[in-house]
Design a protein around this ligand. Structure first.
Ligand code: NAI
Ligand code: MHF
Length: 268
């Protein structure tokens, strides 16, 4: 969710089990006070807040420390998600997520668990070898600081690359839990707009398989087919702890309803 979605979360809270992790974005044009407020609401409702920190969007160490201490005051600093950030140039001292993690400032502010991004289909501007190196750096640095790591993946429309990527992740010795990012049900037009913006493969054949009809852009598309295929190809012994992360993309109630309706009896 974004910080603006706190009210929507309050209304949808009954659909989600206690302890559900709820991530709060760190995008351009947002207000940190509002992000902290959202984290507070998440905690009050009995969920676990996972506020994001975008390395390149931070203008100073002071900004980071203020944000982390405000989160700690809200009881929401235990778990954060650190991403690089889309700006072409860092706005301040942190070049990328590994650099921010290496400062050690997270652990000192009470953080215990850090989510980082994973890219089963690669990234439009970052070569795969660089993505793997960064992921291994982050894994090593977090381990050294005795912090837990979770990987949240970029969303996509094809389950096959996710399964292959999970195989490679485990082959590289990374056993951290993975939350496979999927969009909650949203309008097809909006979904394709986000895919284009983030460089997510949305070729006609692949989106059709996902359940999108390009002749009906007014329709809504959810991740059920993707999730079914993923489930069918996962081997817990080989792929480890794998769950879902829903990107709400402006319609939190739809994601909450989807989670409520599709939650399997097996996963708490
Ligand atoms: N999956 C997701 O939820 C999200 C993905 N992203 C974007 O994906 C990109 C990579 O993020 P992380 O995996 O956290 O990277 P990272 O910070 O761990 O860095 C991975 C590698 O890519 C380089 N890098 C990072 N940001 C870059 C950028 N904007 N342009 C060019 N090179 C960059 C780094 O120097 C490093 O070598 C960022 O632009 C990030 O904002 C952002 C937010 C969410
Ligand atoms: N490269 C990259 N950069 C990102 O910023 C990014 C990704 N990838 N992958 C997915 C995540 C999730 N992101 C988002 C983006 C927007 C909303 C959102 O709710 N946005 C709007 C409303 C929706 C609309 O009208 O388009 C908002 O209220 O700000 C949520 C998650 C951004 N993310």
């Amino acid at each position: 969710m974004t910080a603006k979605d706190a009210g929507a979360l309050e209304k949808a809270a009954g659909l989600l089990p206690a302890g559900t992790r709820v991530n709060v974005t760190f995008l351009a044009g947002e207000d940190s006070a509002l992000r902290v407020h959202a984290a507070r609401v998440i905690r009050r409702l009995g969920f676990r807040a996972v506020p994001h920190v975008s390395a390149r969007r931070l203008t100073s160490e002071r900004e980071l420390m203020r944000y982390l201490s405000a989160l700690a005051d809200a009881g929401a600093a235990e778990e954060v998600c650190v991403v690089g950030g889309d700006p072409a140039r860092p706005a301040g001292p942190y070049e990328d997520a590994p650099a921010l993690i290496r400062t050690g400032l997270l652990a000192r502010s009470g953080v215990r668990q850090v989510s980082v991004a994973g890219y089963p289909e690669g990234h439009p501007h970052i070569p795969p070898a660089e993505l793997w190196r960064a992921l291994e750096d982050k894994h090593r640095a977090l381990l050294e600081q005795d912090l837990g790591m979770t990987v949240i993946t970029q969303f996509g429309f094809d389950a096959a690359p996710v399964v292959r990527w999970l195989g490679e992740l485990r082959a590289r010795g990374i056993r951290s839990p993975v939350r496979v990012g999927v969009p909650g049900p949203v309008g097809v037009k909006r979904l394709l707009r986000y895919a284009r913006r983030f460089g997510v493969n949305s070729s006609a054949g692949i989106v059709r398989k996902y359940g999108i009809s390009l002749t009906n852009l007014l329709a809504t598309a959810g991740p059920e087919r993707f999730v079914e295929r993923l489930r069918g190809q996962l081997d817990p012994a080989r792929h480890g702890d794998v769950r879902l992360h829903l990107y709400t993309f402006g319609d939190l109630p739809a994601s909450a309803r989807w989670a409520h309706e599709h939650r399997s009896a097996r996963t708490p």
